[in-house]
Write a protein of this length. Structure first.
Lengths: 273, 273, 273
């Protein structure tokens, strides 16, 4: 579900779950593991565990998707079949992934190769830098339009990128933005032609990887400490947040809205098939 | 003093105290009551208390003013005739209004129909979205130019919209901005032709009113919790802030500056009459 | 090392340590003293200590540099010759200067007359307003590229100006920006032709000096309280931060990077001489 492409000191983790890179529990876990494994590998003495050793020590990550579709977010059709225990597990895995991205010792650059709604945007929020493909692609936190209130840690990460005013407006209205709008808002950092988005993300990551390692890592640790702190008030808070999300998830409003969404998607596929 | 215009699920509260919608204690109280009454009505079981029931349940508010003049802010000429007890009451009513706007369960869109200095800008700060009329109209927190230090809760609300750097620069210098400058700073969200400002504000409010109700309300509650928290450290803090404002108000600098302002206004009116 | 130029109510403090206004311990102390002395003078009863009394009471400061070079930052070639005690003293003097700029009762406008990397940018961060010379000049916090992690109080001051997203990106990557890029990021407030930068900074300072004094001072005190608070958790925190900086300073990475930098500078000078 995750394809790995090495670019010297930069490793690209490419989401590969067709057709839409929807975030199933399995993809969430696979991505968290790939990020964790990269961190472990980078911290090992270089060369020791590698036969043959890599010419350049792993120092940064790129998170990419498929051309035209970074990630469609949570896999709603599948999740609608799960009970409260299954949805609880999914949210805990997602919190664990967000925490892993926030606290990754390796810089992370998102190569937003296409559409990136809801959970797709969430992955990008927690990276260091976001490079998005120009074109008719949308990004945003549209959870409210699906009937789900914004999880507190995601709202907080959004505020960090775009400030309290725009975070309020964008999250409350569930707006999806074009790449150009997202750049103006600060939700993405750069917009480049779609065919260059991975290349540019790798270049940004390679530049970070080439900096004096200890100074960069320590500065990065401080600059992202507030993001990591969202997850450090103990599992008690995450538990509380997740139970609130579950109450909303299984409420009439969210269930009705999600079912209507899935029906629209099914009809559109049937119509196109 | 408040005209009410219904637009389906959106209620427009139109400030109507000619000639300048200056915020007298009575207007402040009337606006707070109108906002509170709307919230109560929206929370009632739909239809029960309405004969005949409204076709659409009240779900959002627009706050508008007169063409060319949203609100001139505090009614300085009148307030200069009041003693410390009267000014204290006025500030407590204004704090109460700001708290009511911040914690309104209904989304609030400001239709800034014209000039909006000082207290006029304050009303807009506490709304969800600000739509301003293009043209030669000014908005800003020019309290310092009237000899009044910025009340802490207003400075905090301003920081939330434009960030600490611009809040410092704009509040310290008492700058009044054109609509275009205000949009660039983040002090307003949209600028439209003057004759469309109410229509556009109603459209923004109607869009919010049409979202899944519970998800929108919960996300909005979280996104505005920091604004509400400004007023939640108990009345003790408001009391302390207000006594500080009273000391400034009755100091020589503020009294001299406000009297000079009122004389200029009187001369201008006499000259024009 | 500091030239003083009076402009009515505005005093210009001009860094004058050729060739690059590099921040030696002596220049740091001299600037802190000049800022402190201006505050004391402004607070004295006007005229009492002046023979003849100044026509206008001192009310604002401008901090300027040399044409083309505001300040090159810390004097690395000199500092490389100092031991841990010497570098510790230097950092404590720099913290003391930053605290003095943050808490200055007189408004401070930076006239960024040219290049302003690292420590040069730090001086500007702690002013009220930053006016920068247009042209091929660079400003930024490039400490990481010199092998030094960003001191926490400087990262916090940067976040206050440009927000958490850009502070993270700019500090982690050690980017130097053109004046136009710095204005877009919010790192500087205005860009004007190089020959007008001091004049414009004096005009901004004079405008602040002409406002109702008490209202301006109290609003400014509130708006900058978060900046001052960075230094108010007691000397214990500064001590801890400085010891961390010393460990980095004398680590292999920083020493190697700084020595390589000094060699490049020496070769460039030899080549040009």
């Amino acid at each position: 579900m995750i394809e790995i492409v090495e670019h010297g000191a930069v490793r690209e983790l490419r989401l590969a779950r067709p057709p839409a890179n929807a975030l199933s529990p399995e993809l969430i876990v696979a991505l968290a593991k790939a990020v964790g494994a990269a961190a472990e590998e980078a911290e090992q003495a270089p060369g020791l565990s590698e036969r043959p050793p890599r010419p350049e020590r792993l120092a940064a990550l790129v998170l990419s998707g498929a051309p035209g579709m970074f990630s469609a977010g949570l896999d709603v059709p599948y999740l609608l079949t799960r009970d409260r225990g299954g949805i609880r597990d999914m949210w805990h895995e997602l919190y664990s992934l967000m925490r892993g991205l926030a606290s990754s010792p390796l810089p992370l650059v998102a190569a937003i190769t296409g559409h990136s709604p809801a959970g797709g945007a969430v992955l990008a929020l927690y990276c260091d830098v976001r490079v998005m493909a120009a074109g008719d692609f949308r990004i945003g936190l549209n959870e409210v339009r699906v009937g789900l209130p914004m999880p507190p840690v995601i709202l907080a990460a959004m505020r960090r990128l775009v400030g309290p005013r725009l975070a309020e407006r964008l999250c409350v209205s569930g707006a999806l933005l074009t790449a150009a709008e997202a750049e103006r808002a600060g939700l993405v950092d750069e917009v480049v032609p779609a065919e260059q988005v991975v290349e540019r993300a790798v270049a940004v990551a390679a530049e970070l990887a080439a900096l004096p390692r200890a100074a960069m890592a320590e500065t990065r640790r401080m600059a992202r400490a507030d993001l990591v702190a969202l997850f450090e008030s103990g599992m008690h808070q995450a538990d509380t947040e997740v139970e609130g999300l579950l109450d909303s998830w299984f409420g009439d409003e969210a269930q009705d809205t999600m079912r209507a969404l899935v029906e629209r998607l099914a009809k559109r596929r049937a119509g196109g098939g």
